[in-house]
Design a protein around this ligand. Structure first.
Ligand code: PMP
Length: 384
């Protein structure tokens, strides 16, 4: 069994209420939502109910704005390729913040091979997008700008409304990857001024393998997957009914419980940050205030993040991360940490703790003590 799990950003347990709600779609109401018989119609109704619940979580105009996918990577690819290819005749310029998730940056880099031009907007030392630089980089050929709502490695929340004002001020489209933010802080696509928004089920304690792209009414994108024409022709393939029904229920619960849960997690986060900063040569990464409620990220001098992770796991049964789980096996320094101005050797000493449902204040002293001992031990044997 896991001990103190502090890697909710990489994977979260499914809420037992979500599991109970969605269970029937695995064995009893398992129909194909495209089938015309009663079993299919019941499945269609369940899918549409899920769509409404997800739309409500993000303040969308209606359920028809939600395109279901099998996760955030797929939604990001659909947003970027779909919008770029649809608008290629108007311009070829793509803009992204320099700390976007790789599932945003990599499709953009791939589009470069097809003649698109990619520029990255710098961020400051706390990971906040440089608005003046963004404004200067926008031109009428910029067919897509992508700025994430909050960063999963350093927790920083972006000034999305200001970003949107700049992008819309020039009559351009804004995509926002809100995977790390949805369900944790209020996200409202209409008030925030968002054209395309990515979110994912597991980040809300829903099942893995479900995600969504919000597409503002009137915004046209091109499909990137072709097949049976499900999801308004934008994402073909038989829908994963269990995961999507669970996603809907998770979104409903998140909307109800988010305010109280964020307050609870922010208090634990602040306690952890205070204690861990007492360790010599330890530094908070990301913004000290504008950060996700359950997000505490640090760097330590003269030790490797991987050694911290492995020692905490093996000796103290505490699970943390070094940054993005998706690229952690490459051992390359994180592009996010380099973008906030860290040197390569500084970027290697990172440790990310993300809190969730089963985190509690009693864990603060236990974790702080374990991190302190780990850092001392590793520094004593460090060759750095
Ligand atoms: N965007 C962000 C901000 C993420 O943190 C992640 C990883 N959870 C993704 C996109 C990709 O999500 P997935 O691997 O579930 O498709």
């Amino acid at each position: 069994m896991y001990g103190i799990y502090l890697d909710y950003q990489s994977a979260s347990p499914v809420d037992p209420r979500v599991r109970e709600f969605a269970d029937r779609y695995l064995t009893k109401e398992f129909g194909n939502p495209s089938a015309l018989h009663s079993c299919g119609l019941a499945a269609r109704a369940a899918l549409e109910e899920a769509r409404s619940k997800v739309a409500e979580l993000i303040g969308a105009e209606g359920p028809e704005t939600i395109v279901f996918t099998a996760g955030a990577t797929e939604a990001n690819n659909l947003a970027i390729r779909g919008l770029a290819q649809r608008n290629a005749a108007k311009g070829k310029k793509l803009l992204g913040s320099s700390i976007e998730h790789i599932s945003v940056l990599n499709p953009m880099k791939d589009l470069k091979k097809g003649g698109f031009d990619l520029s990255l907007v710098p961020v400051d030392g706390a990971g906040v997008v440089d608005l003046a630089a963004l404004e200067g980089m926008l031109s009428k050929e910029t067919i897509l700008t992508s700025v994430m709502y909050a960063n999963s490695e350093i927790g920083t929340i972006q000034p999305i409304r200001e970003v949107s004002n700049l992008v819309h001020g020039k009559g351009l489209f804004l995509h926002v990857d809100a995977t790390a933010a949805c369900g944790k802080i209020p996200v409202d696509v209409q008030k925030d001024g968002i054209d395309l928004l990515t979110l994912s089920s597991n980040d809300l304690y829903g099942p893995q393998g479900a995600g969504a792209l919000y597409v503002k009414p009137g915004v046209r994108i091109q499909p990137v997957l072709f097949g049976g024409g499900q999801e308004r022709g934008l994402w073909s393939g038989t829908e994963n009914l269990f995961a999507l029904a669970g996603f809907g229920e998770a979104a409903r619960l998140a909307k109800l419980e988010m305010a109280e849960e964020s307050q609870r997690l922010s208090a634990i986060r602040d306690g952890l940050i205070k204690e861990i900063q007492k360790i010599d040569e330890s530094y908070l990464t990301g913004h000290p205030k504008r950060r996700l409620p359950g997000h505490a990220s640090f760097r330590f001098r003269r030790i490797e993040g991987e050694s911290i992770l492995l020692t905490l796991d093996a000796m103290f049964n505490i699970q943390v991360s070094t940054g993005s789980a998706c690229s952690s096996r490459t051992l390359e320094p994180s592009h996010v940490l380099l973008a906030i101005g860290l040197k390569h050797e500084e970027a290697h000493g990172s440790m990310v703790m993300t809190l969730g449902k089963y985190s509690n204040p009693d864990q603060i002293p236990v974790v702080a003590q374990a991190v302190s001992q780990t850092v001392q031990r590793l520094r004593a044997i460090s060759a750095l």
